[in-house]
Design a protein around this ligand. Structure first.
Ligand SMILES: N[C@@H](CCC(=O)N[C@@H](CS)C(=O)NCC(=O)O)C(=O)O
Length: 257
């Protein structure tokens, strides 16, 4: 069987699927699409404009395609049922499904917006992100600001929106801690909701301004357990100090607790 996972470098939903394949021990190849090309390439290959997406060749159903994080995770589950991403018991399953959906909802967009606005302030940091694209730094570096501009447009990542996002982020991390405290995620064996939810913090941990808050929480510790280190490094000062009042207050509150 051959599995190809299509991603854009450092995409958090793509990483949820890649980590899922790793956890299930399914051999796979990661195909990188250049940022901003996926609306065209993914539409041509899979029918709509986003990654993650995957092609399975020679699986139980012959040739198969899946697109979106949730559909890719379901496809992985049917290829390799163990370790299970969805509990068998009905109530536990419902809770994981709801949490899985939460992880690909608004928090996914907020994560994208914050990262692209942080990169706009520190464009050289784009090169710190892992990528298999055959692009030498001599080309990638001058192209960076245009890519960041395009991604901000694509994702409606305005300064005002990100300022509002940063107000909400501590509450979202509280919600993740509640999922952990309630045993929905954060158990010994990661499930589909661990993957969709914690992949957001995996990417946000690339922003030095946000790491003190994230790392002070159970959510941050679980993120590192499931995903390891952040995919890139956006140095301190990328986010305006005036936008970080709620983030810093929440980080300080945890440290002092
Ligand atoms: N919620 C969907 C969305 C995926 C998504 O928006 N992926 C981004 C990359 S992180 C993308 O391909 N965006 C292109 C576009 O919005 O046209 C999922 O989890 O699969």
């Amino acid at each position: 069987m051959k599995l190809k996972i299509y991603r854009v470098p450092a995409s958090h939903p793509c990483q949820a699927v890649i980590r899922g394949a790793e956890l299930k021990g399914i051999e796979h190849k990661v195909v990188d699409l250049a940022p901003l090309t996926q609306p065209i390439v993914a539409t041509m290959l899979f029918g709509s404009r986003t990654v993650p997406a995957m092609k399975i060749i020679g699986g139980p159903n012959g040739k198969e395609k899946a697109q979106t994080t949730v559909k890719c995770l379901r496809a992985l589950e049917s290829l390799q049922p163990e370790p299970a991403f969805y509990p068998a018991e009905a109530n536990a399953r419902e809770r994981v499904l709801a949490a899985e959906a939460w992880g690909v909802g608004e928090i996914q967009n907020l994560t994208r917006r914050i990262v692209w606005v942080a990169l706009a302030a520190k464009p050289d940091a784009l090169l710190s992100f892992d990528s298999n694209l055959p692009l030498p730094d001599a080309i990638a570096k001058p192209a960076g600001p245009a890519v960041i501009w395009g991604e901000r447009k694509l994702n409606n990542a305005s300064d005002d929106q990100v300022r509002a996002d940063l107000e909400v982020l501590p509450k979202m991390i509280d919600e993740i801690d509640e999922y952990i405290a309630g045993g929905v995620i954060g158990n010994a064996q990661p499930n589909a909701a661990d993957l969709t939810i914690l992949s957001n913090l995996w990417l946000l941990r690339s922003i030095a301004d946000l790491r003190p808050l994230i790392d002070s929480r159970p959510a941050g510790r679980k993120t590192r357990e499931v995903f390891g280190e952040a995919p890139g490094e956006i140095p301190e000062g990328a986010l305006e100090a005036a936008w970080l009042t709620a983030v810093n207050a929440a980080a300080g509150a945890t440290v002092g607790a």
